[in-house]
Design a protein around this ligand. Structure first.
Ligand SMILES: Cc1cc2nc3c(=O)[nH]c(=O)nc-3n(C[C@H](O)[C@H](O)[C@H](O)COP(=O)(O)O)c2cc1C
Length: 327
């Protein structure tokens, strides 16, 4: 009997495939479709900090204090109208509609007064909260440590407000990912989602305008996640969740071998349809059967740095192997 269950920051999932925050999870009906298609859990589409602040009439004050007026103007232009009370309603309806865990998501940039809102998310029955802390270091004189400290402060305040587990979705651009991951954990996160995939800008040379490119990821993008899951496995005492570029069952096997407790997916569902969830689960199960594993725990982290023959050379070896002999 093969057991696919996964521990996701203390929540027990029937399988390790979690739908990442996206427009497929923007309504209770969408969540139901994802659950019916076999997902282990769903992360709801993010609510933006600015939307919460706008609703609580603290927007202008906060914009001044954190200096993010441009982002707020942008959100207004985009017509982002979903109010924070509608988001709470969506959590409640999604919880009624499905049995799998529902994780709310907030995209935030500051520790302004929006953090109280996390209490309502918990009260509406969300099983967890994911923070997409979207810090964009645009200021030329801002110290990197100050930027990181802002992130830790956000996590501490949110965690102080709620008892449900908090996941943090990190971007890949830090000088020391091990240090940031450790501090994020110490600040109260129970899971790290590695990595967030940022908006990919491009320039249209006909219209002379910026435009968005490659809305969906490609499978080649998962290497960086694989590397960092393998390095962090068993070094950070929290759930490691792989995200970005995971498109098929083989990718799920690889991420678990590196040390992931679960994976988050979304692009592959837009490209291949929701039936891809079952395809991925089928592949995972068949691979486990062929290799005589009865549970994910039996092979999780086998190819991590911790279990490498010479852990101290893990990264260096990979690098040398990739380059030596290429003429
Ligand atoms: C249409 C779309 C909407 C998204 N919306 C959000 C969002 O609201 N919040 C968030 O944290 N990530 C959002 N993402 C990013 C995904 O959750 C995910 O991190 C990213 O696409 C990488 O995973 P993938 O390679 O499986 O697509 C969105 C992605 C797509 C394609």
């Amino acid at each position: 009997m093969i057991n696919l269950s996964a521990n996701y920051m203390g929540l027990i999932l029937k399988n390790p495939i979690v739908i990442s925050s996206c427009s497929l999870s923007h309504s209770a009906d969408g969540v139901k479709r994802l659950a019916d298609a076999g997902a282990g859990a769903v992360v709801l589409k993010s609510l933006f900090e600015e939307q919460i602040l706008s609703d609580t009439r603290k927007l202008e004050l906060s914009a001044e204090s954190v200096g993010h007026t441009e982002e707020i103007d942008y959100l207004r232009q985009m017509g982002m109208t979903q109010r924070s009370d509608e988001y709470l309603e969506m959590i409640e309806k999604a919880k009624e509609a499905v049995e799998i865990p529902i994780i709310a998501s907030i995209n935030c940039i500051s520790d302004a007064a929006w953090t109280d809102y996390a209490k309502y998310i918990e009260a509406m029955g969300a099983d967890g909260l994911e923070l997409n802390i979207a810090l964009m270091p645009k200021k030329f004189d801002e110290n990197p440590q100050d930027i990181e400290e802002r992130m830790y402060r956000i996590i501490e305040i949110v965690k102080h407000n709620i008892n449900i587990p908090v996941a943090v979705k990190l971007g890949p651009y830090f000088t020391s990912i091990p240090r940031v991951a450790t501090k994020v954990r110490k600040s109260g996160a129970s899971a790290l989602v590695l990595f967030n995939r940022f908006y990919q800008p491009d320039i249209d040379i006909q219209t002379f305008e910026f435009q968005s490119k490659n809305r969906y990821s490609s499978p080649a993008e998962m290497s960086n996640t694989l590397r960092w899951i393998a390095i962090l496995y068993k070094k950070i005492n929290c759930t490691l969740v792989a995200n970005s570029g995971i498109h098929d069952g083989e990718a799920v096997v690889k991420q678990i071998l590196a040390g992931a407790s679960a994976v988050q997916i979304c692009s592959t569902l837009y490209i291949n349809g929701l039936s891809q969830i079952e395809n991925m689960l089928f592949y995972l199960q068949e691979w486990m059967r062929r290799n005589e594993y009865a549970s994910l725990d039996e092979f999780r982290g086998l190819i991590s740095q911790k279990n490498a023959m010479q852990p101290e050379y893990f990264e260096r070896q990979q690098y040398i192997r990739a380059l030596v002999g290429v003429e």
